[in-house]
Design a protein around this ligand. Structure first.
Ligand code: ATP
Ligand code: MG
Length: 501
């Protein structure tokens, strides 16, 4: 079916619904009792589905979210200007659906499935936006790494395929950049990516799409976009639709990475909708079911069993905190739903430590089972060393005299902090990551001034690439650091260290 470009969402929905073949059914009608702020109360439409699309006289569509015995409360997708009291409303018997399939790759769509990039979209497969999560029997444990290409994350908070890892931090701390870097790093893998923008500025979304295009990542990515000017109903639907798009791929046995940017805005859109529907407000004025809002979304990420094709959905939800307060309502909810979090700190970000990952508060509850053997071998004690260093650095900040062992610990810590710094759009391969951490373990940078550590690490890598290309290929292909490769690398590194003197 052709899915051209449409000016209004209702126009598009009308065309979609017209194309279904209906048998003769009696459509119940209702009457608009009141309308305002994007919400209409309708009398007389009984027996509706939760989330059913309603067609208002004048061509506007809405979604039934408040079901009463003798009426429904509906949120409207388009402006309420053409709906007025007394208008007739028709139930359609269908819930919101989204196109899925390979035709979506490289495309930008909105949560009801309209193409936003100006080209017609040829699709013939649709899935409902809300679907039940896979059951326990249908899943298998998470044990395959999903490499993000970011050293601080792959070494200390590894993400596995099928895992849900929250990215949490204040505004402007590099949350989106980490998610995008993870997408760029899937370039030569079989992973398909879905980026879902919820209630963001249109200019931000355009920037993200441009960055994806520039990095040639659009070929394997689908963007589901809802802007800040969209109705709360549209913003509310966005992540569910993105998840359905991902499920379309997962059910065909593919591995998918979904980024929800961000769920704080999603919760705010849901709060607006609920308050307009006169649902009782709870803590921070969020409705009582705001936990379920995100749990039912994130439960849909899974690692499917072999019988079901073995596909997976890895979710990277993003949450924005205020003033670093991770114990606010929505952040704690989402932290408790996900399998770990990457906590970004603005203090670190502004002091130049980017990505600003706070290793003490970041965890991956799937742990080391989702890490390559090579990485396991070299990253075992990193977290402890880094937290010891951070603790010691606070004590010695005021220039007190320190003994030799403390000075050494501080030096090593500074060196590690420097090595973990990484610009955006500079993903590292498994070999690069392993080699750098191995060099740190051997203390190759012992006599290098801290400012030059990064540069020296680059030199070391280029030397390894030229002198031991077979090691590079072996580590990257097998994910393991065999004894033979290890001794070869060790020798090269020791020689390199000698040459620095
Ligand atoms: P917002 O709260 O507005 O969504 P955010 O937390 O998603 O912000 P980003 O938009 O990813 O943050 O990044 C904010 C700024 O920091 C951008 O200008 C980006 O270029 C810069 N930045 C992010 N990560 C890095 C990095 N590793 N190195 C250098 N600059 C970075
Ligand atoms: Mg962002």
């Amino acid at each position: 079916m052709s899915n051209g470009t449409f000016n209004s969402k209702s126009e598009y929905l009308k065309q979609r619904l017209e194309s279904f073949e209906f048998e003769s059914v009696v459509y119940p009608y209702g009457t608009v009792k009141s309308v305002g702020d994007g919400v209409a109360r309708v009398e007389g439409l009984s027996g509706r589905l939760y989330g059913e699309l309603l067609e208002f006289e004048g061509g506007v569509f809405g979604m039934a979210l408040d079901l009463h015995e003798n009426g429904v409360g509906a949120v409207l997708f388009d402006s309420a200007d053409s709906v007025s009291v007394g208008h007739k409303v028709k139930g359609t018997g269908r819930v919101a659906e989204i196109p899925v399939g390979n035709a979506l790759l490289g495309r930008v769509i909105d949560p009801i499935g309209r193409a936003l990039d100006g080209e017609p979209l040829e699709v013939d497969e649709y899935l409902p936006a809300e679907r039940p999560a896979p059951t326990i029997i249908e899943r298998r444990p998470v044990n395959t790494p999903l490499e993000t290409g970011i050293l601080a994350i792959d070494s200390m908070v590894p993400v596995g395929r099928g895992q849900r890892e929250l990215i949490i931090g204040d505004r402007q701390t590099g949350k989106t950049s980490i998610a995008l870097d993870a997408i760029f790093n899937q370039k030569n893998t079989d992973v398909i990516c879905v980026y879902c923008a919820i209630g963001q500025k249109a200019s931000n979304i355009a920037h993200v799409i441009n960055t994806l295009k520039k990095n040639k990542a659009m070929d394997y990515t689908v963007v589901v976009a809802s802007t800040a000017s969209d109705s709360p109903a549209t913003q509310y639907l966005a992540p569910y639709c993105a998840c359905s798009v991902a499920e379309g791929f997962m059910n065909k046995g593919k591995d998918v990475l979904v980024v929800y940017d961000d769920l704080s805005k999603h919760a705010v859109a849901y709060r607006a909708m609920s308050l307009l529907l006169h649902r009782p407000p709870g803590r921070e004025a969020y409705p009582g079911d705001v936990f379920y809002l995100h749990s039912r979304l994130l439960e849909r990420s899974a690692c499917l069993s072999e019988e079901l094709g073995g596909g997976s959905i890895t979710a990277l939800p993003i949450i924005e905190t205020m003033g670093g307060n991770i114990s606010a309502y929505i952040p704690t909810n989402v932290i408790s739903i996900t399998d770990g979090q990457i906590y970004l700190e603005s203090e670190l970000f502004h002091s130049g430590i980017r990505p600003a990952v706070n290793t003490g508060l970041s965890v991956s509850r799937v742990g080391r089972s989702a890490q390559h053997n090579a990485m396991k071998k070299v990253s075992g004690t990193l977290r402890i060393e880094l937290s010891q260093y951070r603790e010691m650095a606070v004590f010695t900040r005021f220039g007190s005299d320190v003994d030799e062992s403390t000075a050494k610990l501080l030096r090593k810590g500074e060196c590690l902090t420097e090595l973990l710094k990484q610009g955006r759009g500079e993903p590292m391969s498994l070999f690069d990551q392993t080699a750098i951490l191995y060099a740190y373990k051997l203390d190759v940078f012992e006599n290098v001034p801290v400012k030059k550590v990064k540069e020296t690490a680059k030199q070391l890598l280029s030397e390894l690439y030229s002198k031991c290309a077979s090691c590079v290929a072996e580590v990257n292909n097998t994910g393991d650091l065999s004894d033979a490769v290890e001794s070869q690398i060790k020798e090269l590194m020791c020689n390199f260290k000698e040459s620095l003197k």
